[in-house]
Design a protein around this ligand. Sequence first.
Ligand code: PMP
Length: 307
Amino acid sequence: MPRYAFFRGAFVPIEEARLSIMAHVVNYGTGCFEGIRAYWNADAAQLYVFRLREHYQRLLRSCRILHIALPYDADELSEITVELLRKEGYREDVYIRPLAYKGSEGIGVRLHDLVDEFAVFAVPFGKYIPKEGGIRACVSSWRRVNDTAIPARAKIIGAYVNSAFSKTEAHLNGFDEAIVLTEDGHVSEGSAENIFLVRNGQLITPPVTDNILEGITRATLMDLARQELGIPTVERRIHRTELYIADEAFFCGTGVELVPIAEVDHRPVGTGEVGPITRRLSDLYGRVVRGQVPAYLHWCTPVYEGA
Ligand code: PMP
């Protein structure tokens, strides 16, 4: 359990970081959030937060879309987060959850004339147990929220009902994860992950105009694939049936990291085994996030001084 949160401008014991049932965000989902990971590197005796600033830049973009004005910039938000982690003294992997939301109490759905609040807490994140051989995915009967209704590029709290619908449907039907299509039938993303396919040695991922969250892991993997493996990524629309004929496929995100997709709609992806490009990218990502690849240490914010 975490001991502290940053809440209403101060570090407080976690028990004191409480919202009223009348809070606007509780009633209407009017807020946005981030999911950030920090990785413990035992050799360096250091906790590294992965792409901290980029996550706060995205939070501030979500805020802009939601008419939320925070009194902090991305650097200040990063500093608050590092200070929180230092106070907690974690020596293990951690998941960090910043929230920016309409905190006013009372009835009336809108975005204007409400109090904007920021909070952040962190929880220890035990080792994520990936399905080593890959997961079984299905195409969801739900469609991704459209930019004309609830913009997917903003990480809006209320919009996660859409993710929850597709995730639970997949689970109840015996699958591990859902692949969600846009209203016009193109592959968008997983319930809370971006998706990549490999065809003919090339990476393919849906464009930012197909109602995806503009994932930080997605951007990271595109950089690593190009720079370290010499593999370009094509951002283009993907048909459902391309999922069935891809050589490899994987989901990626801060939470899942990189997880191979073994099967889509009861059809094996490629040979059904984890493919070579997926394997290489996954290994590389695992080392980069933990601060083990010097060329990418600039993506890793150290929490402890003098380590
Ligand atoms: N899509 C959705 C809907 C998500 O919730 C997430 C997780 N934040 C992602 C994609 C992956 O984004 P990131 O790599 O920035 O964590």
